[in-house]
Write a protein that binds this ligand. Structure first.
Ligand code: GUN
Length: 281
């Protein structure tokens, strides 16, 4: 039976440390959270991030725009936030509604305020391995593994999913920690053949029950990044949890695994942005 990698519990520790650092620094870091439209999942995520900010002594400011506000108005808001000295971090909640050019919006964010690490300049630094802002979800996974004494060096890490937000930066961080890395995706012909090779399996696709127990090598570490709504209305990941937990050595639950870690790293990044702005980094 696998050990549960309790992201919620470790995120609480990370946030407590962040709160202490904020108090010690005598700064009030600030995060602008921009939400366009009324996607219910985005609303839940944004509320969670605002709550985390409050817990850490970070000031959050929400900017809610109507779904049809348009690219230009959104870009001018980003520009305004870039220019405001009292805003350290800018987060535009994704996905944007249809019709928006997400890449153009991300490119408009000042890289020094890009606490999501989505801007090309920050992606480049992640590739290089010497980054200021960590990619929140992949780095949250690395920190959770480290906390449990799991070292990727020499292991085969298979990442399922190739998104810019998770799959690609996840593979890069694993590579920096000396794992052998494979990336599988929707065109991988025999997914099970690939995942069965994994010592560390990261699922980041968004399909409930994509990863079944027969696809997991006994003793593997299984990380489930996805947050899906199952047929029963409950939250679930990509991993068929109960049967896989019988086979794996460690497993992250959904909810309470990777999600809280993503948010904790966002808090750390916001403090880094504030320290940089104050010349304390
Ligand atoms: N949508 C899903 N995950 C994220 C995230 O980490 N940051 C932002 N801005 N949007 C998201």
């Amino acid at each position: 039976m696998a050990v549960i990698l309790d992201g919620k519990a470790f995120a609480a520790i990370v946030k407590e440390k962040t709160k202490d650092e904020v108090a010690r620094l005598g700064l009030t870091p600030s995060l602008a959270v921009v939400i366009v439209g009324d996607d219910p999942a985005s609303r839940v995520y944004v509320n969670g991030k605002k709550k985390d900010c409050a817990e850490c002594g970070i000031r959050s400011e929400e900017f809610t725009l109507a779904a049809d506000v348009g690219q230009e108005k959104l870009l001018s808001l980003v520009e305004e936030l870039n220019n405001r000295d009292d805003i350290n971090g800018i987060l535009v909640q994704l996905p944007l509604p249809k019709g928006y050019d997400e890449q153009a919006v991300i490119a408009a964010i000042n890289p020094n305020k890009d606490v999501d690490a989505f801007h090309m300049e920050n992606i480049g630094r992640i590739m290089d391995g010497n980054f200021t802002f960590a990619p929140c979800t992949p780095y949250g996974v690395m920190r959770l593994l480290e906390h449990h004494g799991i070292d990727p060096a020499g292991k085969h890490c298979v990442v399922v999913g190739r998104s810019n937000i998770v799959g690609k930066p996840m593979a890069m961080l694993m590579l920096h920690k000396h794992a052998t890395v494979s990336i599988a995706h929707s065109r991988t012909p025999d997914l099970g053949a690939m995942t069965r090779q994994a010592d560390i399996l990261v699922a980041a696709v968004g399909k409930p029950n994509l990863i079944t127990a027969d696809m997991v090598k006994p003793g593997a570490v299984v990380i489930d990044v996805a947050i899906n709504r199952g047929d029963d209305g409950k939250l679930c990941g990509d991993v068929d949890y109960a049967p896989v937990a019988e086979v794996a050595s460690y497993i992250t639950p959904v909810p309470g695994g990777v999600g809280p870690m993503t948010r904790a790293i966002l808090m750390e990044n916001t403090v880094i942005a504030a320290k940089k702005a104050a010349g304390k980094f």
